[in-house]
Design a protein around this ligand. Structure first.
Ligand SMILES: NC(=O)c1ccc[n+]([C@@H]2O[C@H](COP(=O)([O-])OP(=O)(O)OC[C@H]3O[C@@H](n4cnc5c(N)ncnc54)[C@H](OP(=O)(O)O)[C@@H]3O)[C@@H](O)[C@H]2O)c1
Length: 330
């Protein structure tokens, strides 16, 4: 297996630490690993593959002349905007988890089960989609290939880990009846219909990410899509209700088979035994779980699907590492 030098930017964060875990699980042949974070983490020790690594402050002098082949970024948009071009100018391929580059027409936005060929069109930067978007793509691609999508509606129930360490801390604080430090209201005992900033059209940035990123990944720029994104007091794994209106007639049994046969999807759907996807089932896994698959009572051309995935793994780190594996296979 080819030896590679890898950098993890944001290595001390929730996604960054999961990158390290998944890189070790996949047994990639990493010769040199460089871990970067902010100044406050300079010099701290973290583990990769049971070995200690010293975190370095992210700055140009700590990057140059290291012959880094791939850099996995998860340190927010501002860091990506500033540092991804510095890495890529030195020949490093950047796989970026932030929203900084996702809608740039020159930059591929990739879910490996859905649009793997787009990954090879990169010019040094590949974008990893938003966590909620990623998990909806395999089921929607499966349906689109067979029945052609006509319209999609998302309603999300998103875990606090989607906000990083700050979200997890707010759930802990407000569960202990303390004031929130990050969300505008206590997340404990509340569902907040507010993820990221509100825009002039009344939708949030998170909702518009789901709309725009889905269109780009599915290669359907005019697909009508609408979304409501809700933060819920769940530690990890996002649950999403997808309503997909289809162009062609369908039988629910065929839809179930189509979803079962698509890479990366696990169907859990036997209501007679209370079997359906749950956050606690998805956490720690890389697959997308779907269930409650049924015809929409208000629209016979639409199917409703409940879709759950680990937002830190499939919604972030493992999707990015899958992109890296794709590049290595070539
Ligand atoms: N959580 C999710 O479900 C999810 C899913 C998809 C994408 N993402 C994206 O991934 C990114 C990180 O998310 P997270 O959940 O891992 O957040 P997090 O737990 O808050 O971690 C943030 C990481 O960024 C580092 N960082 C912050 N400012 C930096 C700077 N100026 N220079 C270098 N490193 C800096 C932090 O280092 P220090 O520890 O030194 O501060 C930390 O390692 C965000 O862009 C987020 O949108 C997250």
């Amino acid at each position: 297996m080819i030896k590679i030098n890898v950098a993890v930017v944001g290595a001390t964060g929730l996604v960054g630490r999961t990158f390290l875990k998944i890189l070790a699980e996949k047994k990639l042949n990493i010769e040199n690993l460089y871990c970067y974070a902010s100044e406050k983490s300079d010099g701290i020790i973290i583990e990769y593959n049971n070995k200690p690594y010293t975190v370095q402050k992210l700055c140009e002098e700590n990057i140059i002349n290291k012959k880094i082949d791939y850099a996995l970024f998860s340190a927010g948009s501002a860091v990506s905007v500033e540092f991804a071009p510095i890495f890529s100018k030195q020949g490093t391929v950047v796989i970026d988890n932030s929203s900084a580059w996702r809608m740039n027409a020159e930059i591929p936005l990739v879910v490996p089960e859905v649009n793997p060929n787009d990954a090879f069109k990169h010019h040094g930067i590949i974008a990893n989609p938003n966590c909620s978007t990623i998990q909806c793509m395999p089921p929607l691609k499966a349906l689109d290939e067979k029945y052609s999508l006509k319209r999609v509606i998302f309603t999300t129930f998103q875990a606090v880990s989607g906000s990083g360490m700050k979200g997890i801390k707010d759930l802990e604080l407000t569960t202990a009846s303390k004031s929130p430090q990050f969300y505008p209201y206590p997340i404990f005992n509340n569902c907040l219909p507010h993820i990221d900033a509100f825009l002039e059209n009344g939708y949030t940035k998170e909702e518009m990410k789901m709309v725009n990123e889905s269109r780009k990944i599915l290669g359907k720029p005019d697909l009508p899509i609408s979304a409501t994104c809700v933060r819920v007091p769940i530690q990890n794994s996002h649950s999403i209700e997808i309503i997909a209106e289809l162009d062609k007639d369908f039988e629910i049994t065929d839809i179930v088979t189509t979803l079962k046969n698509f890479a990366g999807i696990i169907v859990l759907d036997d209501v007679s035994k209370n079997i359906y996807p749950l956050a606690t089932i998805a956490t720690g896994h890389d697959e997308v779980y779907v269930g409650r698959i049924r015809r929409d009572l208000s629209n016979k051309n639409a199917v409703r699907i409940f879709c759950v995935a680990d937002n830190i793994r499939k919604g972030a780190a493992s999707n990015a590492v899958q992109i890296l594996e794709l590049l290595l296979q070539k």
